[in-house]
Design a protein around this ligand. Structure first.
Ligand SMILES: [Zn+2]
Length: 286
């Protein structure tokens, strides 16, 4: 899925490219992605509207529209969603889920080859009605709110495993599978480590790893300037590399299942604290 560093790159480009553009036609190529939370047809609602602003809110991309009543298009790209802007005349790629034809001859396309993402059309400021949008965690890229103290306090109340905690969007905004793995590798923490068993010093290290990994990823993607529909992930150290040697110690990277997700980690750099008596994992069912 597009994760926080990807959206940090894509959303400002969408905002710049689309500001003031008028939607002149809407095509729903894959109806399964569309949720219209208003008693009207999607083209009646959107055609003739101009895009006013594009912003990110957690993992949602919000397109604010001018006109009355104020409306928004909100996209939750989930696993595989992505955007392209190109000539409206061009042949739409097969994974195109929705097409917004613009008055200037271009089209904004939402593409999603697994169709797990959603495109919502709803009244402005109704975002909280969308599943997963009402409770958004602390912004990990805002140093004013994401302090070591705030993070340690948050972590101390957790009863789950490190990877599960990092991916909880109601706690932290935000990490998905890929960056949670990268952060845990950076911090030297096993993905299944119980958060409450980690000493404060390790939690502070984990805080530092989140700031470093996501900050550096944002900078790297900005420097590489990929097309907005391309996810740059080749600089990641563990994600997508099971079986490859660890960049630090050359041990083979392993894969573990953590609550329905997979985690890639280095068994040497991220030792399993559960076996050293910190937590008796046989009793916790871990
Ligand atoms: Zn290693």
């Amino acid at each position: 899925m597009p994760e926080r560093p990807d959206l940090e790159y894509v959303v400002p480009i969408l905002a710049k490219e689309l500001r003031g553009a008028e939607i002149t036609a809407v095509r729903v190529d894959k109806p399964v992605v569309l949720r219209v939370l208003l008693p009207a047809k999607v083209d009646e609602l959107l055609v003739g509207r101009k895009i006013d602003r594009v912003v990110r809110r957690a993992h949602f991309v919000r397109f604010g529209l001018r006109g009355e009543p104020p409306l928004e298009i909100i996209v939750s790209p989930m696993l595989a969603g992505r955007f392209t802007i190109g000539p409206a005349e061009a042949k739409a790629p097969r994974d195109t889920a929705m097409t917004f034809v613009l008055g200037d001859g271009r089209a904004l396309r939402y593409r999603d080859d697994v169709q797990m993402g959603k495109v919502y059309v709803l009244p402005k400021d109704a975002l909280d009605g969308i599943p997963g949008a009402a409770n958004i965690g602390v912004d990990v890229l805002d140093p004013k709110v994401f302090t070591p103290g705030a993070f340690v306090a948050l972590a101390k109340a957790r009863r789950d495993q490190a990877k599960v905690f990092l991916m909880d969007k109601s706690a932290l905004d935000a990490m998905g599978n890929a960056y949670a793995d990268e952060v845990l590798f950076e911090a030297g923490i096993h993905p299944k480590a119980m958060v409450r068993s980690l000493p404060a010093s390790m939690l502070e290290r984990l805080h530092g790893a989140i700031v470093k990994v996501l900050g550096e990823a944002r900078a790297t993607i900005a420097e590489r300037k990929p097309p907005i529909d391309e996810k740059v992930r080749d600089f990641l150290k563990v994600r997508g590399r099971p079986g490859e040697p660890c960049v630090r110690c050359t041990t083979k990277l392993r894969r573990a299942g953590v609550h329905g997700h997979d985690a890639i980690f280095c068994p040497t750099c991220q030792p399993d604290g559960r076996q050293s008596g910190l937590v008796d994992w046989r009793k916790t069912g871990g």
